[in-house]
Design a protein around this ligand. Structure first.
Ligand code: FAD
Length: 709
């Protein structure tokens, strides 16, 4: 409608009409797994108006909403990376399309783009989705108009995102003005120019690229410390108090995210509750075993699920499962009290869009079912443990009465307060509830919570069994996550899912050295769904040799691999490739998971080489015989280096595979570094060539990771 109005307005040349500012369009595409890239893209779309621009925002999988084949406006991509360097689910189709080999090398010759890639350097394939898109755009002739930003969640996305966004606006304007001078269809109209001049100087078809804007939003809100009611003297900085210089600085605070939800509570007519989604399976836990000794630093637990009543759940080794956990009842109750809504917990929640919202592409969250109670919403739909984002802090400001608390919230979401945000919010994984507790004068409406608190995500776990060995059963292993007490959290707490599972199974837990639980308590049930893996599977060809690297609970999928392979005698005619497993933990006697089973695999010849290391025991030994007296192998990567000849032979000469599973933060990166070293030596080449060889192995699905952090 805006376009239509403008065209009439410009062509009619009515100089008596109010002068309008004309904004120029660009295309803004995001691919987002957990919502970070999406929320950055939405922020860009919101801010565009203040720079005289209009962003046409789409998710990459909404291909009907954009057409890059014909696009002449600048295109901005904001994409994250997930899993083993994979594109987010909603960018998969796009990446597949642009990777088609049939596309000509000038396919995107007309396109100019900028790209912000989000990733985490704790994972080996940092920003891989962004890099893949960029490489392909360039191969297809697209031109970059602004340098690519690679933001690292490992150190804080904002370190790169903020300056990248700062420079983006000028870059888009420059790209647009180049297009104008190239007469590709863009026109810059100063606010003071008369409509007549505008109409006269522009070819008619160009006007379709122009939008008229009458509402001019505020630019960045700058607050002066002296304006805030800061009358507080503090000795030490904390979540709620700052020290100079921050407490005295003028702050750049983000724009207020426009509210978009209208939420009301109505007394329920029935007490009927929505049940958790239909595609989930509710399965009984048939066994729960503590795998580590009581004096182990970490507690690892094995759960056996009885899936015999769910014939649809036929899993393969390498697959994982989503476990659906709820928020803790006590935290939900605290949240209800904190919002002043405890008495309305059984009221039905009605959510619709605010009629006059300024948020572009606003939608009612699809993961919130209709006809649910407030209690259900807070128990099953929102991750109330999530770490509040800066946009959320900004929105909370509007609902905070106390001046000192307002100033501190401003600091925490400001550019100047980035270090404090990391220190007091991000690093200690401060939850929404903990934040609201620390800022008692903040009374947000429920709608703000629903707008800003993300969906409660299920937690994936790798299958630690094979259906072949355990028909009708599924095993998985997990470490009980414990977040220690700290300045922002006086009491330690357990991870949401692992803590919830522990509470469920505690009464029926089988302790080390025991074969069954002393309790006759009924076995609890949990909700799960299947997450098949595309590539993290043992080779179908039994003759292919493979190496497995899985310290701690990372050994889980390999137990499934080996159970599947167990019973060579059933294939007397087959040739079996060699199998290697690199396992590590702290102490042989305390946290060596699946010890008996692994030793059994070695005795039966299912596993040819079991390489062990115990980081706190001070000695190391190979379960396949040899004692390593030369190098002290503390971690799996050291053991890999000790066996580099065999490993590089398997990968480079025998067409073998290497699988890595477990901790993404340190282990997977250290293993990758060790592999680079090994490749350098084996190939006699430099670092770059070694990295390229590993990248080729990845591409070939012969170097595979299933890692989490
Ligand atoms: P949450 O409540 O989600 O808390 C975890 C969060 O706490 C993390 O974000 C972490 O950053 C933070 N945190 C942890 N320690 C601290 C600390 N000291 N201070 C501050 N913050 C901290 N896990 C397994 O154990 N076994 C598996 O087989 C397994 N397989 C997986 C397979 C896949 C494909 C993926 C993606 C993950 C897998 N995981 C596995 C991880 C698992 O899904 C959960 O993330 C993990 O169990 C923690 O869940 P939680 O709800 O208990 O913790």
């Amino acid at each position: 409608m805006y376009r239509h109005c403008l065209q009439l307005f410009c062509l009619s040349g009515l100089s008596s009409m109010p002068v309008c500012e004309v904004k120029r369009r660009f295309v803004l595409l995001y691919g987002s797994q957990k919502g970070q890239a999406q929320s950055i893209a939405e922020g860009v779309a919101e801010e565009a108006g203040d720079h005289g621009l209009v962003a046409e925002l789409s998710c990459l999988d909404n291909s009907e909403k954009y057409n890059l084949e014909k696009e002449t406006a600048p295109v901005v991509f904001i994409v994250s990376t997930t899993g083993d360097g994979e594109p987010p689910d909603n960018a998969l189709g796009f990446v597949k399309r642009i990777k088609r080999k049939t596309l000509a090398s000038d396919h995107y010759k007309h396109l100019c783009y900028a790209l912000l890639a989000l990733g985490d350097t704790n994972y080996a394939n940092f920003c891989n989705c962004g890099k893949t898109i960029e490489q392909r755009l360039q191969e297809l002739g697209a031109k970059q108009f602004y340098p690519t930003g690679y933001a690292d969640d490992g150190v804080g996305l904002e370190v790169v995102v903020d300056p990248w966004l700062d420079g983006l606006w000028e870059a888009i304007k420059e790209a647009l003005s180049k297009m104008t001078s190239d007469s590709t269809g863009y026109l810059n109209v100063d606010a003071g120019a008369s409509p007549k001049e505008t109409a006269d100087s522009s070819p008619p078809d160009i006007q379709l690229n122009l939008l008229s804007i009458t509402d001019c939003q505020n630019c960045e809100l700058k607050t002066e410390a002296k304006d805030a009611e800061v009358a507080h003297v503090t000795l030490a900085a904390s979540l709620t108090h700052s020290l100079p210089p921050l407490s005295e600085l003028a702050l750049n605070v983000p724009l207020l995210p426009p509210p978009y939800l209208d939420v009301s509570l109505q007394e329920a007519e029935t007490t009927e509750q929505v049940s958790i989604r239909e595609n989930l399976h509710e399965v009984p836990i048939s066994k729960a075993v503590q795998m580590t000794r009581g004096d182990s630093v970490k507690t690892a637990l094995l759960l056996e699920l009885d899936i015999s009543a769910c014939p649809m759940m036929t899993y393969q080794p390498g697959d994982s499962f989503d476990v659906f956990c709820s928020n803790r009842a006590t935290e939900v109750e605290d949240m209800l009290h904190r919002l002043g809504l405890y008495d309305k917990r059984n009221h039905m929640v009605h959510i619709c869009l605010l009629k006059d919202t300024k948020k572009r592409g606003a939608q009612v969250p699809s993961y919130i079912p209709q006809n649910i109670s407030l209690l259900y919403l807070l128990t099953w739909c929102l991750e109330i443990r999530s770490v509040p984002k800066k946009a959320f802090l900004r929105a909370l400001l509007e609902h905070t009465a106390d001046g000192v608390q307002r100033r501190r919230l401003q600091e925490l979401c400001s550019k100047q307060g980035a270090a404090d945000y990391n220190l007091y919010v991000r690093d200690p994984s401060l939850s929404v509830l903990e934040l609201l507790t620390a800022f008692p004068s903040c009374s947000p409406p429920l709608s703000i919570l629903i707008e800003h608190v993300p969906k409660l995500q299920p937690r994936p776990y790798s299958a630690a069994s094979s259906c072949r060995r355990h028909p009708g059963k599924l095993h998985f292993v997990f470490n009980l996550v414990e977040l220690p007490a700290c300045s922002v959290r006086p009491v330690w707490r357990r991870g949401l899912c692992t803590g919830g599972l522990f509470d469920l199974i505690n009464p029926v837990l089988v302790f080390p050295g025991k074969t069954e639980s002393s309790s006759k308590a009924a076995l609890p049930k949990i909700h799960v769904s299947w997450r098949p893996s595309c590539s993290f599977r043992p080779p179908a060809d039994l003759s292919v040799p493979f190496i497995m690297v899985g310290p701690g609970t990372g050994v889980a999928p390999f137990i499934g691999f080996l159970q599947q392979r167990y019973g060579k005698q059933e294939h007397p005619e087959a040739t079996f490739g060699e199998t290697w497993l690199f396992f590590g933990c702290r102490h042989r006697d305390r946290d060596y998971l699946f010890r008996e089973e692994l030793e059994g695999f070695v005795s039966s010849g299912t596993l040819n080489h079991l390489k062990l290391c115990f980081s706190r025991d001070g000695h190391e030994e190979d379960a396949d015989g040899a004692t390593d007296s030369v190098t002290r192998c503390r971690y799996v990567q050291h053991n890999l280096l000790c066996n580099s000849q065999s490993i590089t032979d398997i990968l480079l000469k025998q067409n073998g595979r290497l699988y890595v599973c477990g901790d993404a933060k340190n282990m997977a990166k250290d293993v990758n570094d060790a592999l680079v070293e090994m490749m350098k030596t084996a190939l006699g080449r430099d670092q770059l060539e070694a990295m390229k060889t590993l990248a080729a192995l990845r591409e070939d699905k012969r170097y595979l990771q299933d890692i989490w952090g």
